[in-house]
Design a protein around this ligand. Sequence first.
Ligand SMILES: Cc1ncc(COP(=O)(O)O)c(C=O)c1O
Length: 387
Amino acid sequence: MHKLFNIYNFTKFHIKKGNGSYLFDSKNKKYLDFSAGVAVNSLGYNHPIINNSIKEQLKTGIIHLSGSQLHKYKIDLADTLSKNSNKGDVFYSNSGAESIETAIKVARSFGSKNNKSQIISMTSSFHGRTIGALSVGYNKKYKSNIGPIPGDVLFCNFNDSLDLKKKINPKKTIAILIEFVQGDGGVNICTKEFAKTIQDICNKHKILLIADEIQAGAGRTGKMFAYKNYPVSPDIITMAKGLGSGIPIGATIIKKNISKIFQKGFHGSTYGGGMLQTRIALNVFNFINKKPFLNSILLKSKVLELKLIEIQKEHIDKIKEIRIMGLICGIEFYDAKYAKLLFKNLIEKGLITTLVQSNTIRITPPLTITKSEILSGIKILSNSLNS
Ligand SMILES: Cc1ncc(COP(=O)(O)O)c(C=O)c1O
């Protein structure tokens, strides 16, 4: 038995290497990866962009620099993220939860002069596992029996404009936090109408809009940021996961009118903005942020969607709903026990997916996956459903 903290359902096999959209175990069994390290490995495995970035970085002799030490990649990535989003200033950290912590801290501090600290988050939301991030995450399972969680958070029914209007209190609410495509919640897609209501309310009451782009950002929906599918302009944007395609990085992008009021020393991170991770993330971002590549994500999404709809028709008694935007997709089953069995069977048959909300199989392959690899995965899924 290993000595790992037993908080995961560990795989029965040991993974040894990866290439493209495939992983290989120690017996050389091949697995098609429809999970990508939980929506992280956006360029798959053994990608030249990542490999060359690491090789080039090695030539500098530098692994770590302090937060105050400037270098080209830290500056260029911040410029790129800012230019392509809300033109804000960038704070670097190492993970999604840290970029959410930064967003919460910045929003609450911004509101403190008017005694506003309430954050409205959404039902089925997930924003990370630190205590602060849990305070804005909906799933009670993740935050039970750990004592008091920071308060002043209300949860609005996702996609329910009336509920949002009821919950907003202009005297108390400082921010609305939303994943425009909820990942852990089972791939729930925000409606245009709800997004518009959020933006209208934010404009009317000077409430900050925080977009959590940690899972659905960095090209996953076929746009560089998931919020760009909606008529909104977030004040604060959180990123991580696919931005580094495997190298840990978090980024929080904060609009200038907010960031300018903060004093030096307000926040920090020892490892944030290191040369290796910002070099890789910059190259990853620029690779994804090209029209033909983003369009290819939408084309592959259509292939996946049409095939899944065919499969749903054949298994209408089992599959409740298919939800998809770009290359993030949820297949919701009526029966959670069945979904779990299927999830395990898919791994045995060589297809890795993610099981969320106990009844939904989530598909988040590398964005570089090919159309024929998608079809191979669909074949495994279909065989498994038929067996
Ligand atoms: C939308 C969203 N926000 C935040 C997080 C937390 O990110 P991390 O696990 O890097 O802390 C996740 C992770 O799954 C996520 O999907």
